[in-house]
Design a protein around this ligand. Structure first.
Ligand code: HEC
Ligand code: HEC
Ligand code: HEC
Ligand code: HEC
Length: 442
């Protein structure tokens, strides 16, 4: 009896000890068990179907604050885009631009982009003139909501009136609605809310991955349509994409498109040239580069992170440079280990070297272009030149400036597609040489 009791006590004791050990390991090691090791990927996210909150704004847009209860990590990270607040003055950095953009708003002010939180402040404060409300196309979902259902009239609404009314109605800068409509609750489904995108690319978006196209609503080359007319007979000035397929997203094809429709952004008085201003063709540059088809913009700019307290895994909506984010750099190595980068530091060096090479070329060609412009302006103003001959040179200048600009204004400095950057700069230089030869002929 005594022995049986002792044995039973021993067994109970052993079980208690084992349970205690398992429990302790559970607590201490629980972190390791649940906390996924980097790099995390989209597959680690558990997508939620949540009830959409009520929109308090009159325009029906659910605000980021209203989504906070369902997606606090995403809202918090999106709001952190305000940390990216620096503006580089490109006119000070590259003074040759003042010559190239002479006669256009960008010669007055051209600062670098910063975080998405600042779009409304920056568009409001710019010294460049505001044509109409179409300037708000890429700054706030409130505008895109106005332009929905074929309301192209919205593009010519008064800029200040629209800005005032959106501010009175809780209007935000770029927000959830921009990329998800009011559908963020449906597992974070991407919704393209800028109506000119399906208009240009068709309902299947030319086969482009929606998560990439969510960025490609704005990070593109565009123009304000002067050919299509409203009921009052005036141009719609609708924001428009100058192509219908990925194949046409090259600087060559876009140039031909603009020339065919007789489009110009401004006539430069000093040279008499009818010029184009390229915008920020990130989508076009990336889609014709080496990562198209394997990585989306989000894969390189929105790291998948885990909240250490709740263990929630999500796409960070703080948009970052992959070179400044350890998590993203780790994802590069999955392929780049076989392409010569052993460590994340090697990865940074690899990309920075490409950018230095492209930036140096850009400065060299930019200065040649400014020289070409000044020489052409002198010829134009001398009154000694035959108009037909001048037109021939102006055409070379227009084209050279377009190819130069297509590279300059793309924000990755060759990192998205160094082959395209090089091709643009080489083409520009060749055209400058042809033009200078004609000018020096006389
Ligand atoms: C600039 C575009 C953009 C904005 C603005 C944006 N998202 Fe996203 N969102 C994305 C992209 C891209 C993904 C990733 C899609 C993928 O898996 O490739 C995503 C993913 C998600 C997901 C799926 C879960 C996950 O972590 O991937 C949810 C939910 C979500 N977003 C909610 C929101 C909410 C809420 C807001 C506003 C606070 C918001 N998003 C703002 C582009 C955006
Ligand atoms: C509604 C239009 C719009 C959409 C959609 C959009 N962007 Fe932007 N983005 C902008 C504008 C405008 C700025 C510049 C804001 C400023 O300077 O005030 C910007 C700035 C940026 C910057 C900062 C650039 C710098 O030099 O610091 C990055 C990076 C960026 N966007 C990447 C993305 C990515 C990646 C996506 C898709 C997930 C995306 N954007 C979707 C309009 C957009
Ligand atoms: C293979 C990864 C990769 C993909 C895919 C990618 N980018 Fe980038 N992007 C980069 C790198 C690298 C830089 C340079 C960052 C730096 O200079 O610090 C960059 C720079 C940028 C910048 C300038 C802001 C900055 O932080 O320097 C913008 C804006 C941008 N990308 C937008 C996009 C958009 C929009 C897409 C999709 C159409 C896209 N990127 C696709 C890697 C990528
Ligand atoms: C799915 C595989 C894959 C991943 C992941 C990947 N890359 Fe690449 N990357 C490639 C390939 C393939 C090339 C082409 C290499 C060559 O031509 O030698 C390349 C080339 C590049 C280039 C040169 C592009 C050019 O046009 O010169 C840059 C810059 C680059 N990668 C940056 C990145 C960064 C930054 C990341 C991580 C955020 C990344 N890559 C992730 C496959 C990948």
């Amino acid at each position: 009896m005594e022995k049986r009791n002792q044995a039973a006590k021993l067994i109970i004791g052993a079980v208690v000890v084992i349970i205690a050990v398992l429990f302790l390991v559970g607590i201490v090691g629980g972190h390791d068990v649940k906390y996924k090791s980097a790099p995390l990927s989209r597959e680690d996210i558990s997508y939620k179907q949540v009830e959409a909150p009520m929109a308090s704004a009159e325009n029906g847009i659910i605000s980021s604050a209203e989504w906070n209860a369902a997606y606090s990590d995403i809202v918090t990270t999106m709001n952190r885009n305000a940390e990216n607040d620096e503006i580089i003055d490109y006119l000070e950095l590259d003074p040759y631009l003042v010559d190239i953009y002479d006669g256009f708003g960008f010669a007055l002010e051209y600062g670098s982009a910063r975080g998405h939180s600042y779009t409304l402040d920056d568009v409001n404060n710019t010294k460049r003139p505001h044509g109409s409300a179409n300037c708000l196309t890429c700054k706030t979902p409130y505008f895109n909501r106005l332009a929905e259902n074929g309301n192209v009239e919205a593009y010519t609404y008064d800029f200040n009136e629209v800005l005032d009314s959106l501010r009175a109605d809780n209007g935000e800068a770029i927000s959830c609605y921009t990329c998800h409509g009011n559908e963020a609750g449906s597992e974070g489904k991407i919704v393209i809310t800028h109506s000119y995108v399906p208009k240009a690319l068709g309902e299947d978006f030319a086969g482009i991955d929606p998560s990439t196209l969510s960025c490609g609503q704005c990070h593109i080359e565009y123009y304000f349509n002067k050919k299509e007319l409203k009921a009052d007979g005036k141009p719609t000035l609708e924001t428009s994409m100058p192509y219908h397929s990925v194949e046409e997203m090259t600087p060559e094809a876009i140039y031909d498109f603009y020339t065919a429709i007789g489009y110009t952004d401004w006539t430069q008085e000093s040279t008499g040239a009818k010029l184009l201003k390229a915008q920020h063709p990130e989508l076009e540059t990336y889609l014709t580069g080496v990562h198209a088809g394997t990585l989306s913009c989000a894969d390189c700019h929105m790291p998948v992170e885990q909240n250490p307290t709740t263990q929630n895994i999500y796409h960070s909506h703080l948009i970052v440079s992959p070179l400044e984010n350890k998590t993203l750099l780790e994802t590069c190595l999955a392929c780049h280990k076989d392409l010569g980068a052993k460590t994340t530091d090697d990865m940074i060096t690899f990309v920075r070297n490409i950018q230095s090479r492209i930036t140096a070329e850009e400065t060299r060609v930019g200065n040649l272009l400014a020289e070409f412009k000044k020489t052409l302006a002198q010829a134009n103003q001398s009154g000694k030149w035959d108009e037909a001959k001048l037109d021939e040179i102006r055409e070379l200048y227009r084209k050279a400036q377009w190819f130069f600009d297509f590279c300059y204004v793309e924000n990755a400095e060759g990192a998205h597609n160094s082959e395209l950057a090089t091709r643009c700069l080489n083409t520009a230089e060749q055209l400058i040489n042809e033009g200078m030869a004609l000018l020096n002929d006389e």
